[in-house]
Design a protein. Sequence first.
Length: 582
Amino acid sequence: MASGVIAGLDLWRWPALALNARNEQAVLTGNHFDLVIEEVAVNITGRPAIATAINGSVPGPLLRWREGDTVTLSVTNRLREQTSVHWHGVRSPADMDGVPGLSFPGIDPGATFVYRIPVRQYGTYWYHSHSAFQEQTGHYAPLIIERRDKDPIQFDREYVIMLSDWTDQNPEMVLSNLKQQSSYYNFHQRTIGNFLSDARKGGLGATLSDRLMWGAMNMSPTDILDVSGATYTYLLNGLAPAANWTGLFKPGERVRLRFINASSMTIFDVRIPGLAMTVVQADGNDVEPVDVDEFRISVAETYDLIVQPNDWSAFTIFAQSEDRTGYARGTLAPRAGVVAAIPPMDPRPMRTMADMGMGSMPGMEMGHPSSKLQSVQPSPGHAEGDMGSMPGMEMATPKPSPSIGQSHLPVANPVQLQLGPEVDHVAETTTDRLAEPGAGLEGNGRRILTYANLRARYRGADPRPPDREFEFHLTGNMERFIWGFNGRTFSQNAPIRLKLGERVRFVLINDTMMEHPIHLHGLWSELENGNGEYRPYKHTLNVKPAERLSFLVSADTPGHWAFHCHLFFHMETGMFLTVIVS
Ligand SMILES: [Cu+2]
């Protein structure tokens, strides 16, 4: 089934829904908030389903806090299972961070838990469950913190644009399908027809060796996102595309759009055809304005943009999933009911040898599909793997990338990766990819935001260089759908221990061929992207396949903190660590 057919079917079902869909979102302000978590009946796709809602809606109510206040939030659990609320990107005391089993017990059925948070920041954030499968079933909502000082960003009106992915399937079933067959939701596997046409274009030998190589790795270059539009409906402020969430403007106004990706598994590419966008914040922190035509927003990230529509036309907010199996859509319009064209989706990206970490290896010999997995012991300085003696792909000894350009400290915990059930692939070469737009966005003629463009508006608060460096390999076995750090899953990994007050560097090395949005709770992640003291402060860093990047952390708040991939099913299957600051 082609994605166009899927989208077409959904559109066919949606018009009736569009009539009663809600365009406006509940907003709660002040410094005390009452939230109730309960199941509600919804109809998002044309079929009735049950969602986990906050105060009866999906997404839940927008909370507006004010920097400098202390807020209290009473959260009442009316579910039959435990719940929790995690304030994503908010620097709170650890026992208010809301991750059950770390510095917080969770909220039992029938119980009310009161969060108390001194608000020490501003910007666009969101909140969501950290319990069971609740986030995937609707337990998420936006959070805006207003600046105490005058906001240097000028705008006449603002809208929150919350993107998410909805499935009528039980998420436990989605995960079980992925575990049985990781390509379950991937209808774009290459066929014999593709093979013949590729062979005509690229020659039989090249095509055959390409197929053998991917086959030897049990991988497919069409593995872009694990869960696709085959089961997901992509939502903008809780509404399906045909329901067309609409925000109004008067021509000439500066409109601030606060984009939040509250998806469980979906990375979006966002543009508003006909409008230039100026990026002014990333993950809640001001950045030097960057003019773009399009940006990629990974799961859990937020970006604030200014647009200035100057005439009486409508504009489509178009957020296509990275794998191009569907899109979320809304409209900016000078009056209700006016719509603009929906652009066609871009071509589906394909993973490349660079994504495999094979970019710099000419003449790789393939054709050893049954070669045994080798254990590898990567360490800096042991970069020249003995390639000749190892068959196929599995000899991969990761090489430290020379391209970050930072002076590297001795690694605090040298990482040893064992190929086996938890790791099916290790990138041979990992590189700095911060200036690359990402899979599917190269060469489309549009100006794409990259991480290299993000320059903080203010100098970093902690000028100290790091004392220690920690290396984290992002690893997985795609076939078995197991994900982890350093070749181990959550239960196999010991916590990372930091001393209160110390300054450290975290190095992330992506040995997989998928993006991973890595989120460190409670502490800022200062991305080392070449902007010196003007490093952007982020809470979630999207790491590309075969990418190596680093960020600095000031361990200034004690407690047990979660450090995990924000792709929901990657976290669930092991890509989760505990960081203890004491
Ligand atoms: Cu991941």
